[in-house]
Design a protein around this ligand. Structure first.
Ligand SMILES: [Zn+2]
Length: 279
C-alpha cells in the first residue's frame, strides 16, 4: 500500500536496515521496482526526479504509482528526487507524493537553510516529508544528474542544517558519486559515523550504483536508511536493448519493453537484498 516515506524510514532506522529508492521513468521501471520489492518482502521507494517532469506526466505517473501501490503487498512510497524548483515540489505534493527532496546543495549553507526551511513549511503542512542535501555528490560515468562538486558533508554543518530547517531526512555526501565510479570508490565511512552522531534523523545515500557491497552494508550499519539507485538499473535495461538490436532480432516493441523490465529486475533484487541484510 502507499505508505508515508517517513514511516518507512523510521522503521528502517529503528531496525537498522535500508530501503532502496529506485529512479523510475515509465511503467516498466515502476512495475519492476514494485515486483522485486514484493518478492523480497521489503518496502520500496519509487523516485521520480524533477528532471523527468518534461517527459513524464507527473499527475498521471502519481496516479499509476498509487494504483500499483494499493495492490502491493509491501509498503510503497512515492518520492520526488532532486527538485530545484518550488513549483515542482508543490506540484508533487498536490498529486500525492509522500516525500520530496529539495536540492539546495549548490547554495551556501545559510542560503540552503533558508530555502529548505521554506520547503519544509510547505510540505509539512500537507503531511509530506522532506529530504535535503548538504555537501554535494559528484558526477561519475553514465549519470543523468547535474554536475556536483563532490564536497563532503561537514558534521557540524549537518547538525546546524537539520536543527534549523526541521528537515526529515538528510542526504550526506561521503564520497559516493551519481552514476558509475570513474576509478576506485573513495568512501569515508568514518565521516558517516560522525554525521550519524551529529544528527538523529535517517540518512540518505545518493549514488548507490557501483558502490561495493561491503561498503554498502557498512554504510547501512552506520545509519544509512535510504539508498538511491538509478544508473545501474538503467544500464541493465539499455544493454539488453543494445544486444537485442545488435543481434538483429525482429521483436515487437512490447517484447522489448518486457525484456527491459526483466533485465532490470535482478539488479534491483541485488540492491534490496544488500540493504535488508542487516535485519
Ligand atoms: Zn542523487
Amino acid at each position: 500500500m502507499l505508505t508515508s516515506t517517513k514511516e518507512i524510514l523510521a522503521a528502517a532506522q529503528l531496525r537498522k536496515y535500508a530501503v532502496a529508492a529506485f529512479n523510475v521513468y515509465n511503467l516498466e521501471t515502476l512495475q519492476a521496482a514494485i515486483r522485486v520489492a514484493e518478492k523480497e518482502n521489503h518496502p520500496v521507494i519509487i523516485a521520480l526526479g524533477e528532471r523527468y517532469f518534461d517527459t513524464v506526466d507527473v499527475e498521471g505517473f502519481a496516479a499509476l504509482t498509487k494504483a500499483l501501490a494499493e495492490k502491493a503487498s509491501i509498503p510503497v512510497a512515492l518520492h520526488l528526487d532532486h527538485a530545484y524548483q518550488k513549483e515542482s515540489i508543490v506540484r508533487a505534493i498536490d498529486c500525492g507524493f509522500t516525500s520530496v527532496m529539495y536540492d539546495g546543495s549548490k547554495f551556501s549553507l545559510e542560503e540552503n537553510i533558508q530555502y529548505t526551511k521554506e520547503i519544509v513549511e510547505i510540505a509539512h503542512k500537507a503531511g509530506v516529508s522532506v529530504e535535503a542535501e548538504i555537501g554535494s555528490v559528484a558526477r561519475g560515468d553514465f549519470s543523468d544528474e547535474e554536475e556536483g562538486e563532490g564536497t563532503l558533508t561537514d558534521p557540524k554543518s549537518a547538525k546546524k542544517f537539520v536543527d534549523e530547517t526541521g528537515v526529515d531526512f538528510l542526504a550526506a555526501s561521503i564520497g559516493t558519486v551519481h552514476g558509475m565510479y570513474k576509478g576506485e570508490p573513495n568512501i569515508d565511512l568514518g565521516l558517516l559515523e560522525e554525521i550519524q552522531h551529529a544528527v538523529q534523523i535517517p540518512l540518505v545515500l545518493h549514488g548507490g550504483s557501483g558502490t561495493p557491497d561491503n561498503i554498502m552494508t557498512q554504510a547501512v550499519a552506520k545509519g544509512i536508511c535510504k539508498v538511491n539507485v538509478n544508473t545501474e538499473v538503467s544500464l541493465a535495461a539499455v544493454s539488453y536493448l543494445k544486444q537485442a538490436i545488435e543481434e538483429g532480432r525482429q521483436v515487437h516493441l512490447s517484447d522489448m519493453m518486457s525484456g527491459m523490465q526483466k533485465a532490470m529486475e535482478p539488479v534491483m533484487t541485488k540492491f534490496i537484498r544488500l540493504l535488508k541484510n542487516q535485519q
